[in-house]
Design a protein around this ligand. Structure first.
Ligand SMILES: Cc1cc2nc3c(=O)[nH]c(=O)nc-3n(C[C@H](O)[C@H](O)[C@H](O)COP(=O)(O)O)c2cc1C
Length: 254
């Protein structure tokens, strides 16, 4: 669980009278959920190749950006897509260094993506990307993606062909979603802050749209995997449910 921030309640009391801060958070969550729905319905009337199915898009349903911390806080290995699908400059790489920085207002995620990666230049240029959460079924290909560079390919998008990855147009960013039944989720992000890039290669991202595979929800068909830092990985397994003890953080539970 992240550090406590200004405005968070000291103690969760009876729910009949919510604190102003809690009420505000509840309203924000509701707003995000409504926005997610509105965004999808708006897309559905568009004639572009952007997302248009109000229920499922390439097998994904919309997921509130204010809840993406649940996808990132477990620390899964992620794919990062950059560039532009429209002009075939899209790239994809693997990361293990990332963190949730803020739940909401706005949600923020930090990723470490270094200047030695071809993806760095694309992120710097377009200031947007997609974070895809792969299921362990993709572990080998995800590691292979992280052991080669677009700089070594004939085309910027060479890795997509090489690894037979499905690139789907995103709703709000130029970089594509990673399609396929073994992808747990996709989070469309824009760069919020670059202050720590030169010193730490740390990009602060703001999720603006998110998609969840309903057949691969974490713990309900989907299993994330986590890098131990040496080429070995641990896979989601047993769930330890301590919700009852999370007395100060009830607003983050269903
Ligand atoms: C398991 C794993 C984790 C990785 N984590 C990171 C990371 O957190 N940050 C980073 O910059 N590169 C990381 N890499 C390396 C990049 O994925 C690798 O440099 C990639 O090939 C860059 O592709 P590009 O040059 O096409 O952008 C990781 C690789 C693997 C296999």
């Amino acid at each position: 669980m992240g550090p406590k921030r200004k405005g968070q309640p000291e103690q969760q009391g009876e729910t009949s009278r919510a604190s102003p801060a809690k009420q505000r958070r509840a309203n924000n969550t509701k707003k995000a959920e409504t926005e997610a729905e509105t965004e999808t319905s708006a897309s559905s009337s568009s004639s572009s190749s952007k997302p248009r199915d109000s229920k499922l898009y390439h097998g994904f349903e919309t997921y509130p950006p204010s809840r993406v911390f649940r996808l990132i806080e477990p620390g899964p290995v992620l794919l990062v897509t950059t560039g532009s699908l429209a002009d075939s400059t899209h790239n994809v790489m693997t990361i293990g260094f990332h963190m949730v920085m803020q739940h909401e207002s706005p949600p923020l995620i930090g990723i470490c993506l270094g200047p030695w990666d071809a993806s760095f230049a694309a992120l710097k240029k377009n200031r947007e990307c997609v974070l895809a959460v792969p299921d362990v079924a993709m572990a080998e290909v995800v590691v292979d993606i992280g052991n080669c560079s677009a700089d070594e390919e004939d085309e910027p998008s060479g890795k997509w062909q090489r690894f037979s990855l499905e690139a789907c147009p995103a709703a709000k960013v130029k970089a594509p979603l990673v399609g396929g039944s073994d992808v747990i989720a996709n989070i469309e992000c824009v760069v919020e802050d670059t202050k720590m890039v030169s010193k730490y290669s740390m990009w602060v991202l703001k999720p603006v749209k998110a998609w969840l595979n309903p057949d691969k929800k974490p713990g309900e068909g989907g299993r994330m995997f986590h890098h131990r830092g040496d080429g070995t990985f641990v896979i989601d397994g047993e769930v330890l449910d301590l919700k009852d003890r999370m007395v100060k953080w009830r607003e983050y539970q269903d």
